[in-house]
Ligand binder design. Structure first.
Ligand code: SAH
Length: 369
């Protein structure tokens, strides 16, 4: 069932303009200025639609802060340096990160916090939490100022619109959002096969995928990779992105809807449903390399956090905590590390300026993982 004011708006657009790509549908569902999900919903946390690593444990943001400080030293301690977070959510990751960064006061003084955020509601929440730091908000990664740059992002890429391509008997076709038989609700339907669409499919999958197979490509994530890659080629810096996804490129579909922690139909009630997908880390790394950066990983989140000394950090916090707080700390970290929970599903990928050694957390030989 399709329903709601945004569904009506999408239906009117399809009547006027014809079928939408899945990416165009996602962009409206998530970012319509009046009715989109990020314009009117408070997505994160127990009362929202999904829970993220920085909401589960302060240790996550703190270790990302350690990573940023170490990378700042590696790139020659530039002052000032832009520290950017993409999709900062409630702002809790940035707050934890800055607390840990204060252990290196020169870094803390040099950094200028920039937040790339689309949602006005979340911007207001970030403002409340990070007021003391006086952050700069930007709408797009392309708007980041010139100069040395350190970037972090957790669950940002998975929120970017994807296109879905379907293998037909001869060529690939694009899956689109159309009007169903009654002309009053949204449905998926595949467009015409075309040899031109074949060109969009990652090499290894183009020939081997069986008829009916679905591949998702994310032009917006590639644009982020290209922008960051070009920046890191020109100025010293590094970026760390954590998300769930696959490596190498794989068949989908992975697009899913979530409301109040429950899976829901993607088309059912656009604007009230979180939409996300698995990230193609191989395509992201390839995009960043093509633009001139080096790409590292992805490594499983559990291995990455262990490489940054999660056990020592946990022990230090637990030693000062009450028994109840200690239990909360330990179970939170366990959830981030456990391969059957978030430890394996989530992965970290790093981009650096050319010529730098493997970043912290990416330097373990495979056999030690
Ligand atoms: N990093 C946070 C929030 C993840 S949710 C955490 O881990 O808890 C995704 C975040 O990305 C939200 O802040 C959302 O508003 C933002 N976002 C999604 N699409 C965006 C876009 N196209 N441009 C800028 N921000 C976007």
């Amino acid at each position: 069932m399709t329903g709601g004011a945004l569904a009506d708006k999408i239906i009117r657009r399809i009547r006027a303009e014809g079928p939408l790509s899945v990416a165009a549908f996602m962009a409206m569902a998530l970012h319509d200025p009046a009715l989109g999900y990020y314009a009117r919903c408070r997505p994160i946390g127990a009362a929202g639609d999904f829970v993220t690593a920085p909401e589960i444990s302060q240790v996550f943001g703190e270790l990302l802060g350690v990573w940023c400080a170490l990378m700042w030293e590696r790139i020659g301690r530039p002052d000032p340096v832009v520290l950017a977070e993409l999709g900062p959510g409630s702002g809790v990751l940035a707050a934890d990160l800055l607390r840990a960064a204060a252990a290196l006061p020169e870094f803390r003084r040099a950094l200028r916090l920039h937040l790339v955020e689309a949602s006005p509601l979340l911007r207001a929440e970030q403002q409340r939490r990070l007021e003391a730091v006086d952050p700069v908000w930007l709408a797009r990664v392309e708007d980041l100022p010139a100069g040395p740059l350190i970037v972090v992002a957790n669950e940002f890429l998975d929120a970017l619109p994807i296109r879905q391509l379907v293998r037909g008997p001869r060529h690939w076709a694009e899956r689109r959002v159309v009007l169903g038989p009654e002309d009053d609700r949204l449905a998926f339907a595949d467009g015409a096969e075309s040899p031109v669409i074949d060109l969009l499919i990652p090499e290894p999958l183009r020939q081997t995928a069986p008829p009916g197979a679905v591949v998702e490509i994310c032009p917006a994530a590639l644009a982020v990779a290209a922008t960051l890659g070009a920046r890191l080629q020109r100025w010293p810096g590094a970026a760390l992105l954590v998300d769930y996804g696959y490596f190498p490129s794989a068949l989908g579909p992975s697009l899913r809807g979530l409301r109040h922690h429950q899976p829901v139909d993607v088309l059912e009630s656009p604007g009230t449903t979180d939409l996300s997908t698995d990230v193609d880390f191989a395509a992201f790394a390839q995009g960043a390399r093509a633009a001139g950066a080096e790409a590292w990983g992805p490594v499983p989140q559990g291995d990455f956090l262990r490489g940054l000394g999660v056990s020592a950090r946990l022990a230090a916090l637990a030693a000062r905590a009450t028994p109840a707080a200690r239990h909360r700390l330990e179970s939170g970290v366990e959830r981030l590390l456990d391969p059957t929970q978030m430890g394996n599903l989530f992965k970290a990928i790093a981009l650096t300026s050319p010529g730098l050694a493997a970043p912290p957390g990416f330097d373990l030989p495979d056999r030690e993982r």
